[in-house]
Write a protein that binds this ligand. Structure first.
Ligand SMILES: [Mg+2]
Length: 353
């Protein structure tokens, strides 16, 4: 299951689309590199068993401005890629080699990419074999192009250029997709996870608590008398309050906890690893963080506010998301009834372990 889901930070406008990736999924081409013209120098991994062929190609590639790393066979190429995948932009791959031939090497490189969740690395076959069957086999094995030896330098340069152009277009599409995904699960005003994303986080934590028998609690959070703020100071101030509250909670939260904005002035906090009793201390701290906030609204004394919390624990035998949320809502109602600015608790039927 995806335990890293809740670690996705909401999108901010000045975010670098590449920097927004978790380290394991960071694309090979950085944005600054993408901005450069497609004729920028590449790091090319040259895989060929013949020292003289390698020397010839190395000289030509360096002449047209690229950096070259060499591997004399498929096995050594794979072990290089396992360690230094990010240092390569493109592979030139011979077919006739002892041990792993080029077809098998390409198949394994593609498998490695999947295994390491890496992006696509263009592969151009360079071979003395020119029959259509070999060309087709090379493409089926994961190659992107196929050149026959002896390779004309102008053609090689153009093919590398074409691969580079495709790689960069692909990267731009991936960045855009990523950006849209982040925007789709981020609340526009507060930059917190929105309702849909928060419920997905909660579902994933519920599944984890069920599977591993670990405790879980959640707390509804509702700003007290928020309507009065909107009515007295206007919606711009109301929005500023929601942003400030969100930033304060997001910044002051335990790393394992996550918060989402469900709508209006209503938020929900997920506290994995804590049952309802253990959730009291962090919730009390979050409540007190908000109580001590002073929000600048142009007046000398600033604006003060409080929040009520409805905390409950997850019972992995009898609960689902709806029953859990309903009980948190009941706890919130109790906190409001008891005078607000407090943490109300409703324990699950049987205390969660
Ligand atoms: Mg060979």
């Amino acid at each position: 299951m995806n335990t890293t889901m809740h670690k996705i930070r909401p999108w901010r406008d000045n975010d670098d689309p590449v920097g927004a990736y978790p380290p394991h999924a960071r694309p090979n081409l950085s944005r600054s590199r993408m901005r450069q013209a497609v004729s920028r120098p590449l790091s090319i991994l040259l895989i060929d068993d013949s020292p003289s062929e390698r020397a010839l190609l190395r000289a030509r590639l360096k002449q047209i401005g690229h950096k070259v790393t060499e591997a004399p066979d498929g096995i050594r190429a794979l072990s290089h890629l396992e360690k230094f995948r990010r240092h390569s932009d493109l592979i030139l791959l011979d077919i006739c080699m002892p041990g792993l031939d080029g077809f098998e090497t390409a198949t394994r490189i593609r498998a490695l990419e999947k295994e390491q969740a890496e992006g696509w690395l263009p592969i151009i076959f360079l071979s003395g074999k020119s029959n259509p069957h070999d060309i087709a086999r090379g493409i089926m094995a994961g190659g992107d192009d196929y050149l026959t030896k002896p390779v004309n330098t102008t053609v090689l340069k153009a093919k590398i250029f074409a691969m580079q152009r495709i790689a960069e277009m692909r990267q731009q599409l991936l960045d855009m997709k990523r950006r849209l995904e982040i925007q789709a699960h981020t609340d526009e005003l507060t930059r917190l996870p929105n309702r849909r994303h928060f419920l997905a986080i909660l579902d994933s934590e519920i599944a984890r608590a069920r599977r591993h028998g670990t405790p879980l609690s959640i707390a509804y959070l509702d700003l007290d008398h928020f309507k009065r703020i909107n009515d007295s100071y206007g919606h711009d101030t109301g929005d500023a309050v929601l942003r400030k509250v969100s930033a304060t909670l997001d910044g002051g939260m335990r790393t394992e906890d996550s918060i989402g904005r469900l709508g209006g002035e209503e938020f929900c906090i997920c506290l994995p690893g804590s049952n309802a009793e253990q959730g009291m201390e962090p919730c009390e701290r979050y409540r007190s963080l908000l109580e001590s906030l002073v929000i600048d609204n142009g007046t000398a004394q600033g604006l003060k506010l409080t929040a009520s919390f409805g905390l409950t624990g997850f019972n992995r035998i009898s609960d689902n998301r709806s029953t859990l949320l309903a009980r948190a809502d009941k706890a919130l109602y109790q906190a409001k009834q008891a005078g607000r600015n407090r943490v109300g608790v409703v324990l699950p039927d049987k205390p969660s372990p």
